[in-house]
Design a protein around this ligand. Sequence first.
Ligand SMILES: Nc1ncnc2c1ncn2[C@@H]1O[C@H](COP(=O)(O)OP(=O)(O)OP(=O)(O)O)[C@@H](O)[C@H]1O
Ligand SMILES: [Mg+2]
Length: 247
Amino acid sequence: MSPVLQVSKVTKAFEKLVAVDSLSLEVNSGEVLGLLGVNGAGKTTVMNMILGLTIPNEGSITVFGKDLQKHRIDILKRTNFCTTYANLPSNLKVWQNLRVFAGLYGIRNPGEKINELLELLEIAHLRNSITGRLSAGEGTRVNLAKALLNDPELLLLDEPTASLDPDIADKVRKLVLRLKQESAPAILYTSHNMRDIEEVCDRILFLHQGKILASGTAEDIKNRFAGKDLDEVFIKVARNEIEALHL
Ligand SMILES: Nc1ncnc2c1ncn2[C@@H]1O[C@H](COP(=O)(O)OP(=O)(O)OP(=O)(O)O)[C@@H](O)[C@H]1O
Ligand SMILES: [Mg+2]
């Protein structure tokens, strides 16, 4: 079976800064690939390129076996994302926002789907709240509901637990694992919470200055860098120790 997402030798430079440097990755159906890396490593830029929001300077991106540049609309109908970087229209009520997006995605029975997702994310009580007045964690959960409206086959989650309290973060991790079991999307996942990465991701790519420094399971990466946990490995990378040792 061919991968849902295939990124091949993609480079993105912002003037002199090479944010993503000849990066290749694949994600299969039912797989969660974690992108790990310090602030500025290039994770969000990778996601933006997969959404067609940022155009790579070089390389190609194939989703569902189709070239992203040529089939962007078809691909995005079957894709969705949750990010802390984009806010939903702030003056609309939660249900109105979800209704607008359900319309954009052409969801049949939108009311039913929205209710189901509000229940799933435990935000049914917020359906009539003004989106711009939600707390950060509430807003993230509305964003997650938006991300699941079209039952995406490719799901990009950029720091989905960043502003969540430990209880809700745990529920989001369980939700991702449940999705994996039930509908097997391909998921690309970033987080600075190592617990997320360990619990949710099947494989990890450790990015550093837009390049893959290491890849494998959390266990592989801990062994390779002799870290007792991913936090320790992460801190080593952030302080350039690994560069000095291994590159
Ligand atoms: N539109 C842009 N114009 C100029 N530079 C940019 C732009 N977008 C990203 N960059 C730069 O590219 C680099 C990678 O940024 P990116 O947002 O991909 O990092 P990240 O790994 O997601 O970091 P974080 O963990 O902080 O979210 C950074 O140095 C950033 O300043
Ligand atoms: Mg980012």
